[in-house]
Design a protein around this ligand. Structure first.
Ligand code: SF4
Length: 171
């Protein structure tokens, strides 16, 4: 089973009330090959919400207590991000998830890039909290830029592959 950031599957769960719909993500969910999660919603946030960024490090530093997640109003929301990550991990385990495709740049879902904590739009290398926890437990994490037929092929069944292949679906 594949796990996908809910915003990529078209759900309006982003901080601004929008989504980041990706056609291949939507199709994988419709075909029963993927489940969706939003670590921020699972951490207890509403939509819309005040945006947050990791300050003082990366998702790894948050997991080890060396950095915090702060929202733009200066509120420490680290606990919510840790809770969301743990809930996603539990769901992933319960559903036999082996791979995840996650939205880049989020303090929860980013796999290679996150914002630097200054709320100025600057990106730095690093992963978010959930995107760090999942690989620690054997789940391969890709960014949304990796949502391609070639990359999903190892994780879908033969019938689904034929369906996707004939669609020639592109993100
Ligand atoms: Fe999308 Fe992840 Fe942000 Fe939720 S936490 S809106 S799934 S990027």
């Amino acid at each position: 089973m594949i796990l996908i950031s809910a915003c990529l599957a078209g759900f309006n769960v982003r901080y601004d009330g929008g989504n980041a719909r990706n056609n291949l993500a939507v199709k994988l969910v419709a075909l029963g090959q993927a489940i969706t999660v939003c670590p921020e919603i699972m951490g207890g946030f509403a939509t819309p919400r005040v945006p947050a960024e990791i300050q003082g490090g990366t998702g790894r530093d948050v997991l080890t207590g060396r950095a915090k997640v702060m929202n733009r109003e200066g509120r420490d929301v680290t606990r919510q991000y840790l809770q969301g990550a743990q809930m996603v991990l539990k769901i992933a385990r319960d559903h036999g998830v082996t791979a995840a495709f996650l939205k880049q740049k989020s303090p929860a879902c980013g796999t290679k890039l996150i914002y630097d904590g200054k709320f100025a739009g600057n990106k730095v290398p690093g992963a978010g909290v959930t995107a760090t926890l999942l690989p620690d437990h054997g789940i391969k994490c890709f960014g949304d830029e990796d949502l391609t037929l070639a990359n999903v092929r190892p994780y879908v069944d033969a019938v689904t592959w034929e369906n996707l292949h004939h669609d020639n679906l592109r993100p």
